[in-house]
Design a protein around this ligand. Sequence first.
Ligand code: FES
Ligand code: MG
Length: 574
Amino acid sequence: MSNEDITTPEGSRIQGVDGNLTNYGDVGFSKFIRRAFLNSAGLDPDDIDRPVIGIVNTTSDYTTCHREMPQMIDAVKRGVLEAGGIPFVFPVMSLGEILTNPTTMLFRNLMAMEVEEQIKSQPMDAVVLLGGCDKTVPAELMAAASADIPAIQLVVGPMTVGNYKGERLGACTDCRRMWTEFRGGSVSEKQIWEINAELAPSAGTCMVMGTASTMACVVEALGMSLPFSGTAPSVSSERLRISVKTGRQAVELARSGRKPSEIMTEDAFKNAIMVLAAIAGSTNAIIHLTAIARRLGLNINLDDFHDIAQQIPVLVNCKPAGSNYLPDMHRDGGMPALLKELESVLHLDALTVTGKTLGEQLADAEGPQEWQDTIRRTGKPLKGPGALVTLRGSLAPDGAVIKAAAASPHLMVHEGIAHVFDSLEEVEDTLDDPALGLTPEHVLVMRNIGPVAAGMPEAGSIPIPKYLAQQGIRDMVRISDGRMSGTAYGTIVLHVSPEAALGGPLALVRTGDRIKLDVPNRTVDLLVDEAELELRRADLVLPEPPKRGWRRLYATSVVQASEGADLDFLHGKE
Ligand code: FES
Ligand code: MG
């Protein structure tokens, strides 16, 4: 195939390997030297005149859930070649949730910067964004939004489901649940290690509706990935077939020149938020979607999430809000079935990576069947509307969030005495000491885990003190400026803004104060009078930012969770 064989519709700007020309003096010489080195890689003129498709490789031994990615990359390459493109695989940093200290969230923006700069600086007419683990997909979409070259997302897909003595188990809702049972004494040491071997039984992302699964579903709703790509299991042949199709579609995207900014419109974000509500997805997706939208100059705020969630019932029965797993959702028809059920409220004119609008794409889709349990019909929801609630009040003037769908009904309106932890070490050292005298009515407050203080670790789900767990207590009101894993559950108020390290009211709370949570009225209040708070404010000493490196850049430029926790100089695009 030569350049003439490549049909380029009007407006398309296929540049092939001559895109983003390295500056070696005159243009002719720059092209000449570039071709010399492509020759050295075994590419002949036939190869190098094709549309270049970059493929982001986030394989890493540290990112265990991406273990199937090498096979998927081979499949994407095949699709690219079949469609007449030439694939270029390139590595970027990989963020594995479990093995990254203190939290991958500290590095999401770093990865987004790296991907953006790689996409912009290397020749590519379109890019396939391979990711899966929690922060990889948002980082890649933030990058694609800012670079705004044709892009398509491909996730590694969820793990298969584990089994222990007849009970189905999965990462990591059951990791937490079983650990709580072990702490409470109802699971033995031998049993907990047998369970351990079943919690993550294959390659793939955590198969409950945690952050990875949430983002995989939400990306499909945004129109940035192919139908069924959010839920097909990582180890399935379907995952490989979707990978081939994604490669082919990337070449079509290169030829059509369709950009992320044409796909990720305000309507597309509203569709994504409806899906977030219908799946009772991870609270982390609120931060990620806000950050991606701001890259595109769209102002999605906490009230948008709340208002949309109030209109959409929970239709997907997956842990932690329900009882099933992502492979079950896939068998029930995946995202196309869910989107079909939501068709009457979705913005159907939103364009997708396929070149069709969402409405056109759903024309042939089948909605959920009456007998299905994982994807429900609107008339038989798992829970009513309001999966995610955003709160304000004297403790969180700029907002906070709670996943009401995974909270305890009896704690939704609760007033109790605060017990404050200033650090993770303090939790570790003191939480289980009965001398603290904590009761189930106490409100556990954790601070200094916000974006500026610590990059927002998922430490907001403070464990239930061991002596209370042993009495059968499984939930208490917990409040922090940090995050929690999308796989976690409980009455947990998160993302309190402004955070304590910026002098937000959370910094003023003292053990013994009273706090009132009122989810139906969307408030979280510190019941201390203003004069007393003024005195405490005068005594407050704010922490110094780290001295050097990425952590200094991060701490001095990250915005609050309610604004997406991006770096302030990364909003928008050039
Ligand atoms: Fe990667 Fe859970 S560890 S998705
Ligand atoms: Mg997670």
